[in-house]
Write a protein that binds this ligand. Structure first.
Ligand code: AMP
Ligand code: GLY
Length: 418
């Protein structure tokens, strides 16, 4: 089968790396891909949001499955366009992807389906949201309703900060709609499940590190590193969470005639009163995927195709190896606000440890040299029998890589080792 993977980040390099291992895959096309995906597949110069062109390429190349990485093409209807052209696709329709693209939609769905989530209020008028904050006298977490590339959430420390956040976020997102949410505390875990509309195959849980700097300081980012499996959840917990969170979400979406096929990602916070959902995403996480896929045995493409209606999704399609993996993100100078591009990356070729995987994200070839070309540049994943071993391998490789202004966290996974 020919496969078309859509996207250009570290997540897509990890997906391409795993998919290329399958004997079921004839040619793996990646649109637009990056220099990393070009090592394992064939990049095509088509942007992830150029939906008509993607469908045309999929038809021309007799693609048997389109796999969508990022959220923006899903929200823009890429899966709908594929289905209309009778091309199987792993990734939800725009209607089902609202579970990520509208926080208000997700919140209503969670309440209707009885999924444990933070208490919240939805406001269309920022003045009313501000009144609510003043009346309650609490520093509510402020979220813009629409997709905001990781910049749509502010966790304020005071009522004054919450009022500022309302001002700031009502100017972004879709139509100024805001969700105010109670602030919860506890470790965060990303639980991602492959879904066929009804059934779910949960992957090893991962923990992301959203803040830019060590000790969870600095601004929120797309994610500065991840490790898996997160020790907070046993396999029994994962079965319970799938039953309490993932399956009810699938049932509610199906009932609303928006069946969900794709990766459903529940961003959880484990509070002292139990797990609560902070957000759903309609896709694989980035950088969680770079830490999860190296732990899977089995044919990923068979599982994704089953989700898309080709065969039956079952739990025994993928198994955990028992290892741990840790991914350290190397980001460009100026990330997350104004990443600088064009710095020469050196040292990758000196890394020969077979337990280290270098996943490329914002990179480009320029004058024969690999250079930075985006905010998150590389994800360096180490694999080992323990998390400690995985981290040691990842950081030993990080020490060999450099580019001017390189930023990374030195404490990925540190809390789990304490
Ligand atoms: P989200 O995009 O909703 O996952 O929010 C991004 C980040 O903001 C989360 O990973 C949390 O670290 C933080 N966050 C979001 N909602 C809450 C909340 N209700 N309480 C505490 N932290 C939150
Ligand atoms: N790493 C967080 C996300 O993919 O949304």
């Amino acid at each position: 089968m020919n496969v078309l993977l859509v996207g250009a980040g570290g997540r897509e390099h990890a997906l391409a790396w795993k998919l290329a291992q399958s004997p079921l895959v004839d040619t793996l096309f990646v649109a637009p891909g990056n220099p990393g995906t070009a090592q394992v597949g064939r990049n095509l110069p088509v942007e992830a949001l150029d939906i008509p062109h993607l469908v045309e390429v999929a038809q021309r190349e007799r693609v048997g499955l389109v796999v969508v990485g990022p959220e923006a093409p899903l929200a823009a209807g890429l899966a709908d366009a594929c289905l209309k052209a009778s091309i199987p696709v792993f990734g939800p329709t725009a209607a089902a992807a609202q579970i990520e693209s509208s926080k208000a939609f997700a919140k209503r769905l969670m309440i209707e389906a009885g999924i444990p989530t933070a208490e919240a209020r939805i406001f269309d008028d920022p003045d009313r949201a501000a009144d609510f904050v003043r009346t309650t006298g609490r520093a509510w977490v402020v979220k813009a309703d629409g997709l905001a590339a990781g910049k749509g959430v502010i966790v304020p420390e005071s009522v004054g900060d919450a009022l500022d956040a309302i001002q700031k976020l009502s100017a972004t997102g879709s139509g100024g709609r805001l969700v105010l949410e109670e602030r919860l505390r506890g470790p965060e875990v990303s639980l991602i499940a492959l879904c066929d509309g009804e059934r779910a195959l949960p992957l090893p849980p991962a923990q992301d590190h959203k803040r830019l700097r060590d000790g969870d300081a600095g601004p929120n980012t797309g994610g500065m590193g991840a490790y898996a499996p997160a020790p907070h959840l046993t396999p029994v917990d994962i079965t319970d969470l799938t039953a309490q969170i993932i399956l009810p979400a699938l049932r509610a979406l199906k009932q609303a005639r928006k069946p969900f096929c794709g990766a459903l990602y529940a961003g959880l916070i484990l509070t002292e009163h139990g797990p609560r959902v902070l957000e759903f995403n309609a896709r694989f996480g980035d950088p969680e995927t770079q830490a999860i896929l190296p732990l899977l045995e089995g044919d990923l493409i068979a599982a994704l195709a089953a989700c898309a209606g080709n065969g039956a999704l079952s739990d025994d399609m993928l198994h955990r190896t028992g290892d741990s993996a840790a991914c350290v993100v190397l980001a460009a100078e100026g990330y997350p606000d104004t990443p600088r591009r064009g710095d020469v990356i050196s040292g990758i070729e000196s890394i020969t440890d077979p337990n280290v995987l270098i996943f490329q994200a914002g990179t480009a070839w320029k004058n024969g040299q690999l250079t930075t070309a985006g905010g998150r540049v590389l994800g360096v994943t180490g694999v080992g029998v323990t998390l400690r071993a995985a981290l040691e391998r990842a950081y030993a490789a990080v020490d060999r890589i450099s580019f001017p202004g390189m930023q990374y966290r030195r404490d990925i996974g540190a809390k789990a080792l304490q």
